[in-house]
Design a protein around this ligand. Structure first.
Ligand SMILES: [Zn+2]
Length: 402
């Protein structure tokens, strides 16, 4: 008797994990050869063109090697060499044994050595379980072994929502006001259940103030849908700063206390504005007293533009780049700028892409992370004489004729 092996194939997905299309057998074979390093010449070029299209469309690749989970890969640009490669998303499922897209040893080693662990991508339609249930018995300690993982999940959720809602992508024709940006975040939240059958968007307020906390509390108190799970909701807002265990909003001088930890992106605190996601729950079983538990924050460009920044020093040059992108659009040159917050190689990496396939990877930091660049595809703001020479370079890069 012959065993028929499950045929493995790849498909292109968008960041809500919805299928865009499956790959043809020829495309799939091309990617297998690409992933295993077996391509040269025109076939390598063909693979690169295909991957660049996926990347520019803000899409990912999903591998069908398993029936019970979905390993997801992104197309990453090595800013140093200008080459593309396939990278398994942090936190994504392992491939089936023998799958050619298995996380390679180098990838695993890189991760172990990275000073800051990359944040996991959280797949939609999977219960988040951001907070453990109250344990029966004496201990209500908040330092259990699952505690650290819970906190990390809150930050992972915030970054996943930023990535999925497209807040980390700027293009003139996609510009949205603040209401539109929060609407995107709420739409994404509807795909993320807190626990089984409880979409996060049902217990999410996008204002962090007393009034909205009271509204959320009232809904949580009446909720029966949590069953035996600890009731909890989320508050998401752009705030001024987090100091000690207090969150400070622009609208009020009195901060809001939180019980647990502040998770911040990038291993270092950055001043506001911060897009902040807070977990809201009773502190003891049966209590009607709700509190902010953990908060996660990601610095953003400004109060009106929630584009993620890694460090405060990026804000001024980034604002200049936004107006440059707008100016180029007015001249008919469409350029989009993206910061990959999930699956990116380096946190300071900003990738600018034109619809004519030109790609420029830049770091705006005074001391960029990563190795010395040696190609035309990666530039450091710090290496330019002035903001004006940088601006001229970027404009020239995208606007010069081929
Ligand atoms: Zn696989």
């Amino acid at each position: 008797m012959k065993l028929i092996a499950r045929s493995r194939s790849m498909r292109i997905i968008d960041k809500t994990a919805a299928q865009v299309r499956s790959l043809t057998p020829a495309e799939d074979a091309l990617l297998v050869d690409f992933a295993t390093g077996g391509l040269t010449g025109p076939r390598l070029l063909q693979a690169n063109q295909m991957l660049m299209k996926v990347r520019n469309a803000n899409q990912w690749l999903a591998c069908d090697c398993r029936t019970d989970a979905l390993p997801v890969l992104n197309v990453t640009l090595n800013g140093n060499t200008g080459t593309l490669f396939l990278k398994n998303n942090p936190g994504t499922a392992e491939h089936a044994p023998g799958c050619p897209f298995t996380k390679d040893e180098q990838e695993a080693a890189e991760r172990a050595q990275a000073p800051v662990q990359p944040v996991a991508w959280l797949p939609p339609d999977t219960p988040l379980r951001l907070i453990g249930d109250f344990r029966t018995g004496a201990s209500t300690s908040t330092n259990g072994p699952g505690e650290r993982r819970e906190q990390q999940r809150l930050l992972a959720l915030l970054l996943t929502w930023i990535e999925t809602s497209g807040l980390n992508l700027y293009a003139t024709h996609l510009k949205q006001d603040l209401t539109g940006q929060f609407a995107q975040l709420r739409a994404v939240a509807s795909r993320y259940p807190l626990v089984e059958r409880v979409p996060a968007s049902n217990y999410l307020e996008t204002r962090l103030d007393m009034k909205h906390m009271m509204m959320l509390k009232a809904r949580l108190r009446e909720a029966t849908i949590f069953g035996n799970h600890r009731r909890h909701g989320l508050l998401l807002d752009c705030i001024d700063q987090i100091k000690g265990r207090k969150v400070f909003h622009y609208r009020s001088e009195d901060g809001f206390d939180f019980q647990g930890h502040h998770l911040y992106w990038g291993g270092q605190r950055t001043c506001g504005p911060l897009l902040t996601l807070a977990l809201y729950s009773p502190t003891t079983p049966g209590s009607h007293f709700f509190e902010l538990i953990h908060v996660a924050s990601v610095p953003v460009l400004s109060r009106g533009h929630l584009f993620p920044v890694y460090r405060d020093e990026e804000r001024e040059p980034l604002k200049a780049l936004v107006s440059l992108v707008d100016w180029m659009a007015s001249k008919g040159v469409k350029v989009q700028m993206r910061r990959p917050v999930v699956g990116g190689q380096l946190m300071d990496e900003l990738v600018m892409t034109s619809d004519q396939d030109r790609v420029l990877s830049i770091s705006l930091l005074e001391q960029p992370i990563g190795p010395e660049p040696d190609t035309e595809n990666f530039k450091r703001y710090a290496d330019f004489k002035s903001p004006e020479t940088f601006r001229k370079f970027v404009a020239g890069f995208f606007m010069r004729e081929r």
